[in-house]
Design a protein around this ligand. Structure first.
Ligand SMILES: Nc1ncnc2c1ncn2[C@@H]1O[C@H](COP(=O)(O)OP(=O)(O)OP(=O)(O)O)[C@@H](O)[C@H]1O
Length: 710
C-alpha cells in the first residue's frame, strides 16, 4: 500500500435496502496513476464511485480520499479537489457548450480567464462542438465529451470518470487515453475510470476487477495477463469470474482477512499456478494530506457568493431558454383566472320551467304570451282578476324559459324526463282564493288557502340549478306581491316576509364569483407554486446536475436557495398578473389594500413552493411528484371551505381543516377584500401565520430529508 494513496477503501459495505451492493470491498488508488475499474453492468461501480465522492453513505468500512473522509469539513471532497464525470450526461440542456464549462469553472471559484484558457485547450483536445451549440442539440457522444471537459476544467487532484468513452469513436478514445496518461504523469493526479471496453483499460496503471460487490483482483494489466496466461484482459476477467462462481477464490479475499495482507487465488487457470495479489489495505495514518495544487480556493461553508452567482445564472438560463416553460408559467395562471371569472358564478340563464295554468287558458290570458313580452295589467280597483296571468308576467326573466303544459300529469312527466327543471301549477280558482287569503288572513277557509297557492314542483337533483330557480321564484313572487300591494295602496311591507334584511358587508345580489375569488386565487397560487417547484427540482435532479454540482462542492442549501430566489420572482409575477386580472380588469371590488391582498396571495404561492420542494424530495420522478402534488392538494381544497363551509364539518375535521395551509388564508383574504381589514388584524394574521408556519416546516423537513437520503 502506497503512502501517497489518493483513494483508500477498506471493507466497505453498502446496501440499498436489503440488497448488498458493496460487500466488504477494498481498493487503493495511488496518486499519479490511472485506475481502471472494470466489472459487469450492475456490479456496483457507480455506487462505489458515489461513495468515494461522498454522495452516498456507507453502512460500514472506511473510505479515505486525498487524505480525508469524503464530506468531512475541510476535506475538499466533495469539492474542488475532485473532478467527477458521472455516467449520465448531467449537464443542463439549455446550456451552450461554453456555458457548461464556465458553470463548473465558476462554482469551483476559477476566474473567467483561467476557465477560458482551459476551455480552449479541452475544446481542441476533445473536439468539442461549437461553443454556442446548446447541449440539448449535441449528439450523445458530443454531450459526453463536454461532460468530460467539465470534469477536467479545474484539473483536480482526483479525477473520477464513469464510462467516459461510451459513444466516442476509437480515434478520439485513443486521444483521451493518451491525454489522461500525459496529465497523470505531468500533474500527478489520480484517475479512476470505469469502462465496459475492457481492452482499453490496458493503458491503466492498475485494474480493479469487480464482481458481486467485491474486487476480484487489483493489479497492473501486464501482471494480470502474465498471471492468467492470457492474451486479453477480457479472458483474465472471465477466468477470475468463473473462479469466483466456483468458490475458488480464497476466503482470504473476504472480510477481515483481506486487511491482513495478501489474498491468495486458487488456480487461476487450467494450470495450477497460485497467484498472489496485492490487496488494498492500510491505515489512515499512512495517508498523506492533500497538497495544494490549483489556484482554486477551497471552501466548505454552506453559502458561497461565487457558487450562488453561478447557480443563479444557471437557473436563469434554464428558465429563459425554455420557451415552452415560460409560456406555460405566464399563461397558465391567466388562463385559469379567465376560466374562473367567465365560468364560475355567472347568472344562470334559460332554465326550462313548465307552466300549468288551470285558471286561464293561455289564449284568454290577455296580453299574456308565453313566447314574447307582455304588458302588465293595471289593477287599480284592487279587485283581483287573472292573478295567474299577472304573476306569469313576472316570470319574464332571462333565467326562466317558460314551457306551457295542459295538465299537471303531463308537466311532472316532463320533469321526470329532464325536459323541464320544474313546474308551476295554478289552480282554477287561484285569483279568488289568493284574494281571500290576503283579505281574510287568518279567517280564510283552508281550502281557499290551498287553492290560493302557486304550487311549485322542482327537480333538485342538480342542487345548484334547482336552488337557483327556487330562490329566483321566491324573489319574483315577492316582487309580484309587493307591487300588487303598492298598486292597491296597501302597506307594502305586508306583502313581504316579516324579516327585514340589512347587509353590513356585501349585498344580497352579489355574484357568486366574488365569494369564490379568495378560495380560487389562494388554491390556484398554491398549486402553481407546488407544481413549478416540484417539476423544476426533479428535472434538475434527474438530469444529474444537482448531484454533479454537489460533488463540485455546491451545497444543497445553495441549490435550494437559488431555486427559491428565481421561483419566488416568477411567483411574484404570476400573483401580479392574476390579481390585475381579477381586480382592475374585471372590476371586482376590494375594500382592503392591494398590498395586503398581494401579500396573502404571494405567501400562498410561496407555501405551495415549499410543498413542491418537499414533494420533490420524497418523490423519485415526475409522475410520482404529480400524483403527490395533486393527491395532497385535492383533499386540502375539499376541506378548506371553498366548496362547502367548514362550519358544516364534524368538530375534529373542522379543527384539522383550520390547520391546513389555505383554510384560514382564504378567510384572511376574504376579510381583507370584503371588510377592508388590514394585515395586522388578528384574524388576517392567523391565515398568514399558518402559511408561514407550513412554509418553514416543509422547508426545514425537506432540507433535513436531503441530508438523510445520502
Ligand atoms: N438508489 C438505488 N436504490 C436501489 N438500488 C440501486 C440504487 N442505485 C443502484 N442500485 C442498484 O445497485 C446495483 C449497482 O448499481 P450501479 O449503478 O452501482 O452499477 P454499475 O456497476 O455502475 O452498473 P453499470 O455499469 O450498468 O452502470 C444495481 O443492481 C442497481 O439496480
Amino acid at each position: 500500500m502506497s503512502k501517497s494513496a489518493a483513494v483508500f477503501v477498506k471493507d466497505v459495505v453498502k446496501c440499498y435496502g436489503d440488497n448488498k451492493i458493496l460487500d466488504g470491498l477494498c481498493m487503493t488508488v495511488d496518486r499519479g496513476t490511472i485506475y481502471g475499474l472494470l466489472g459487469a453492468s450492475g456490479c456496483g461501480k457507480t455506487t462505489l464511485l458515489s461513495c468515494i465522492v461522498g454522495r452516498k453513505n456507507i453502512q460500514s468500512g472506511e473510505v479515505w480520499v486525498l487524505g480525508g473522509t469524503p464530506g468531512a469539513k475541510g476535506s475538499g471532497v466533495p469539492g474542488p479537489r475532485v473532478g467527477y464525470m458521472p455516467q449520465d450526461i448531467a449537464l443542463v440542456g439549455e446550456f451552450t457548450v461554453k456555458d457548461a464549462i464556465f458553470y463548473f469553472g465558476r462554482i469551483l471559484n476559477m476566474d473567467d480567464k483561467l476557465i477560458s484558457e482551459r476551455f480552449q485547450k479541452l475544446s481542441k483536445l476533445l473536439e468539442l462542438p461549437p461553443d454556442d451549440r446548446f447541449i440539448k442539440n449535441c449528439s450523445g457522444g458530443q454531450q459526453r465529451r463536454v461532460s468530460f471537459a467539465a470534469a477536467m476544467v479545474h484539473m483536480p487532484e482526483l479525477l473520477i470518470l464513469d464510462e467516459p468513452t461510451v459513444g466516442v469513436d476509437p480515434v478520439l478514445r485513443d486521444k483521451i487515453w493518451n491525454y489522461l496518461v500525459e496529465i497523470v504523469h505531468s500533474e500527478k493526479i489520480a484517475v479512476i475510470i470505469t469502462t465496459h471496453y475492457i481492452e482499453e483499460a490496458k493503458q491503466a496503471d492498475k485494474i480493479g476487477l469487480m464482481r458481486g460487490g467485491k474486487l476480484l483482483a487489483e493489479e497492473s494489466p501486464a501482471r494480470l495477463l502474465t498471471l492468467f496466461h492470457t492474451d486479453t484482459l477480457e479472458e483474465a476477467f472471465l477466468i477470475l469470474s468463473r473462479n469466483q462462481e466456483e468458490g475458488r477464490i480464497s476466503s482470504a479475499l473476504d472480510g477481515a482477512s483481506r486487511s491482513q495482507g495478501n489474498a491468495i487465488l486458487d488456480s487461476a487457470s487450467s494450470t495450477t499456478s497460485i497467484a498472489t495479489f496485492d490487496i488494498a489495505y492500510g491505515s489512515k495514518d499512512e495517508l498523506t494530506p492533500a497538497k495544494k495544487r490549483t489556484k482554486i480556493k477551497k471552501d466548505q461553508t454552506s453559502l458561497q457568493r461565487h457558487r450562488i452567482k453561478a447557480l443563479l445564472d444557471k437557473n436563469w438560463k434554464q428558465f429563459y431558454r425554455n420557451v415552452t416553460g415560460i409560456i406555460f408559467l405566464i399563461t397558465f395562471p391567466l388562463l385559469q383566472t379567465l376560466c374562473f371569472l367567465n365560468g364560475v358564478g355567472g347568472d344562470v340563464k334559460g332554465l326550462k320551467l313548465g307552466i300549468v295554468n288551470d285558471e286561464t287558458m293561455t289564449t284568454r290570458c290577455q296580453n299574456f304570451d308565453f313566447n314574447g313580452t307582455t304588458e302588465i295589467h293595471d289593477f287599480t280597483d284592487c279587485h283581483f282578476h287573472n292573478m295567474s296571468c299577472r304573476f306569469l308576467e313576472y316570470l319574464e326573466h332571462p333565467m326562466i324559459h317558460k314551457v306551457e303544459y295542459k295538465s299537471l300529469e303531463e308537466a311532472t312527466e316532463a320533469i321526470k324526463h329532464g325536459t323541464v327543471l320544474g313546474v308551476l301549477y295554478m289552480s282554477e280558482n287561484f285569483t279568488k282564493s289568493y284574494e281571500d287569503r290576503i283579505q281574510n288572513g287568518k279567517d280564510a277557509e283552508p281550502w281557499m288557502a290551498d287553492f290560493g297557492e302557486i304550487k311549485a314542483f322542482l327537480d333538485m337533483s342538480n342542487r345548484q340549478t334547482g336552488a337557483t330557480l327556487k330562490y329566483k321564484l321566491y324573489e319574483l313572487f315577492y316582487r309580484f306581491q309587493e307591487e300588487l300591494f303598492q298598486e292597491c295602496n296597501w302597506p307594502v311591507r305586508l306583502g313581504s316576509l316579516p324579516l327585514k334584511k340589512n347587509f353590513m358587508y356585501g349585498h344580497e345580489d352579489e355574484p357568486y364569483t366574488i365569494y369564490m375569488i379568495p378560495g380560487t386565487i389562494i388554491t390556484m397560487m398554491f398549486f402553481m407554486g407546488a407544481m413549478m417547484t416540484s417539476q423544476i427540482i426533479i428535472t434538475d435532479r434527474k438530469e444529474g446536475v444537482w448531484d454533479r454540482s454537489i460533488v463540485a462542492g455546491v451545497t444543497s442549501l445553495e441549490i435550494t436557495l437559488t431555486h427559491f430566489i428565481l421561483q419566488a420572482v416568477i411567483m411574484a409575477l404570476q400573483c401580479t398578473e392574476v390579481l390585475i386580472m381579477v381586480f382592475p380588469a374585471y372590476h371586482s371590488t376590494h375594500l382592503g389594500s392591494p398590498g395586503a391582498i398581494f401579500c396573502i396571495t404571494y405567501l400562498a404561492g410561496i407555501c405551495g413552493m415549499a410543498y413542491g420542494f418537499w414533494v420533490s424530495v420524497i418523490c423519485e420522478d415526475h409522475s410520482q411528484a404529480n400524483i403527490s402534488v395533486s393527491g395532497g392538494f385535492l383533499p386540502m381544497m375539499l376541506l378548506c371551505g371553498l366548496i362547502w363551509p367548514t362550519e358544516a364539518m364534524p368538530i375534529g375535521l373542522r379543527i384539522f381543516s383550520k390547520c391546513l395551509p389555505f383554510t384560514l388564508a382564504i378567510e384572511s383574504f376574504r376579510n381583507v377584500i370584503k371588510k377592508g381589514w388590514s394585515l395586522w388584524d388578528l384574524q388576517v394574521l392567523n391565515g398568514i401565520g399558518v402559511l408561514l408556519g407550513w412554509t418553514l416546516m416543509l422547508g426545514i423537513i425537506s432540507l433535513w430529508l436531503i441530508k438523510l437520503k445520502r
